[in-house]
Design a protein around this ligand. Sequence first.
Ligand SMILES: Nc1ncnc2c1ncn2[C@@H]1O[C@H](COP(=O)(O)OP(=O)(O)O)[C@@H](O)[C@H]1O
Ligand SMILES: CC(=O)OP(=O)(O)O
Ligand SMILES: [Mg+2]
Length: 587
Amino acid sequence: MRVLVFNAGSSSLKLGVFDGERQVFKASFDRFGPEGCDLKIGGETSRAPQPDLAGAIAAVPALLDRHGVEKIDAVGHRLAHGGTAFTGPVRIDDAVETRIEALTPLAPLHNPAMLQAVRLARQLWPDLPQVAVFDTSFHLTNPARATTYAVPKAWRDAGLRRFGFHGTSHRYVAQRAAEALGQDAKDLRIVSIHLGNGASACAVQYGRSIDSSMGMTPLEGLVMGTRSGDVDPGAFGFLQRELGLDIPQIEAALYADSGLKALTGSADMRDVEDRAAAGDLEAQLAINIYAYRARKYLGAYAAAMGGLDAVVFTGGIGENSASMRRRICDGLSFLGLMLDDDLNRAPDLTDRAAPQIQAQGSRVAVIVTETAEQLMIAREVRQLLARRAPVPRSIPVAVSGRHVHLSADAVDALFGPGYRLNPGAPLRQPGNWVAEERLSLEGPKGRLERVAILGPLRPRTQIEVSRTDSFALGLDAPVRDSGKLDGTPTVRLIGPAGQLDSNGLIVAARHIHTSPADAEAMGLTDGSLIRVRITGASGRDLVFDRVLIRVAPGTVTEMHIDTDEANAAGIRGAGEGELVGTAVAEL
Ligand SMILES: Nc1ncnc2c1ncn2[C@@H]1O[C@H](COP(=O)(O)OP(=O)(O)O)[C@@H](O)[C@H]1O
Ligand SMILES: CC(=O)OP(=O)(O)O
Ligand SMILES: [Mg+2]
């Protein structure tokens, strides 16, 4: 299948034609100005007359004609804002186009050009499938504590929340970094730093985005080409009182006349670096501000994830500016992150290489790689068009009350050296049981008594509670997949023979255990995320999105939810779920 991809950014238009994974045509327009722009085709750069993005998009049909690009089977489009409505790629029809248009005020620098590309392509190829891929959807896994602004409820009810952008890029480079390290992204805590004209950092914890520096709009966070990134919201009142500016004026200036452009007169990091090297003090300050902001987010995300395994740089600046990478990473040896200057100087990024540039002995890997938004969009288009609808079937639902999995050391500490737990009632998953023994949990706020212990023993102690329980304990338990325990809070376990302070306190992410045969029959694969409708006698039916599929031989198909989720769906003990759709895949 040949897929044409439009990636309209805020300062460039990138085009790609992909035959499967192979890119057969590549072009980009950038550095727009009144006298035209740079047009890159393959590796050749020439000047073209288009002064802006709109002109470049209008010039695409002639460009494709000139280069004999034909026999396209589908078209993919990058869209910046998908709100909460678009959780993954979607076939574009009139209704989808209207919904995308409604989101334009939230991405005024991006959605208009992107929509222009959509309209042009739908006009040119009315019979081809057209697919929108959204920057925001990768970040829909962010927990509420990351997406919620502390503002009046009426504002939040109206939709004010954080989203995050550059999701296609963060997803690709995090995955690429994991591959380069020979590890599974599900075992890594990665900070992805995309520094293009727009810039954002993203915390990718065990394969999922848990936070990113852009917010409701692509204005929050890092310093960018023409955007401010973080500013005190108190600035709005100040600017109105002191300069008589109204909100549209302030907003327009924060999007288009701030960032590097405001600090130096040029939005282009190449110019800023050249001027700084020639002794320009404003350019030097701009570089310092830019790097300092990025370094702060890097440190913040290491803290948010409870540790850091890898940092990956991408985007025009992240890929090409060794000095910016150096400045961002300086002073982070306390995190175990040290750069190697020689490796950093000129990493070879050809053929999607992802070289490591950390120093010997650095605990944190540092990777540079070219982003591949167009390739990812082409993949998403192929996958969406090939996707077999999941085969609906009913799935038994089990409600997991609070429980603990203990290590052998923990059993010794709590029940006495050499103690063996007594297996009681068997669980549905073969080989698993509830022990006859119980223990207590204690946190700074309170205590939970008679907590169940599940066997067999595990290499690491893991304590699974509901969100409500975590507040009763006074601890902030993160939502995690089983076994992903680094950086989790410590809780006191109290047994008859002793007590033990152990980390490993989590709220278990909802999931479905299934066997390879059942997964095949349902059209599902390990690691995919699906949507399940829970039906019960209570009439409080609920659709759970993003339920993780865990395929393993010898398992009985069963969905596990916690007591908070069960209460919300009005089920007790056990219930039934029905597979109703597939959500976006994770990394
Ligand atoms: N060699 C380089 N050194 C420093 N910055 C560079 C270099 N090459 C490109 N850049 C910067 O990359 C930014 C554009 O990034 P890019 O990812 O292409 O933009 P977009 O967000 O529009 O896709 C510009 O600020 C440009 O100056
Ligand atoms: C969302 C965003 O900022 O995109 P870009 O970097 O292409 O401007
Ligand atoms: Mg970009």
